[in-house]
Design a protein around this ligand. Structure first.
Ligand code: AMP
Length: 209
């Protein structure tokens, strides 16, 4: 099963991806997570990506397509994959098509998680993650248990200023991939407003799983 999760920043893609892959037995491939790991490790690619990420801008298509191409060659991605945060531009979507066609593979679905902009800023500014478990919390909507509170991290690009820039990048560069996949009949629209469990149920229903 090959699925893409699309949606604005803070739509809940990462939260839903973590829940879905357990049941589907496919890896969760998040380009944002891969880039953050590269920044943390101080690799050449991490240094290149860091500035754009902090500013809430997109990293260049060349870098991103390269890391996804390598990741899709890994053994665990052969039976399927859940892509989160990729593709984010029409050229990335076209590059993915070329990669899949070369292996005679196809996408099963593109899940579009819809959340209005005014909710996004509120969600993102309160977002915290647990570096030990990968769990994502919200200080108000999904408070973390007190025993993990001290180790939670706030993403460098989860500030109000960077979120506005990420939302602008989403509308200008990522939203145009929706008609690209609609033309292929792959898009399933899911309302991303609500508790994580409710949204998971909607995504599963949209995928017929
Ligand atoms: P995310 O964790 O998906 O919100 O991604 C965090 C940041 O990483 C984005 O704001 C971009 O700067 C960068 N990034 C992640 N995925 C991509 C992509 N497919 N294309 C370009 N930049 C990306």
């Amino acid at each position: 099963m090959r699925i893409i999760l699309i949606g604005p920043p803070g739509a809940g893609k990462g939260t839903q991806a973590k829940r879905l892959v357990d049941g589907f037995g496919i890896p969760h491939v998040s380009t944002g997570d891969m880039l953050r790991a590269a920044v943390k490790a101080g690799t050449a690619m991490g240094r290149l990506a860091d500035e754009a990420m902090r500013a809430g801008k997109l990293v260049s298509d060349d870098i991103i397509v390269g890391i996804v191409r390598d990741r899709l060659k890994e053994p665990d991605a052969q039976a399927g994959v859940l892509l989160d945060g990729f593709p984010r531009t029409v050229p990335q979507a076209e590059a993915l098509d070329v990669m899949l066609e070369a292996e005679d593979l196809a996408l099963d679905a593109v899940v579009l998680m819809e959340v209005p902009d005014d909710l996004i800023v509120e969600r993102i500014v309160g977002r915290r993650s647990d570096p030990e478990t990968g769990a994502i919390y919200h200080l108000v909507f999904d408070p973390p248990p007190p025993e993990v509170a001290d180790r939670l991290v706030h993403r460098a690009d989860d500030t109000e200023e960077a979120v506005r820039s990420r939302l602008a990048a989403y509308h200008a560069q990522t939203a145009p991939i929706v008609p690209f996949y609609e033309a292929k009949g792959l898009v399933k629209r899911v309302d991303g407003v609500g508790a994580p469990d409710e949204v998971t149920a909607r995504v599963r229903a949209a995928l017929g799983r």
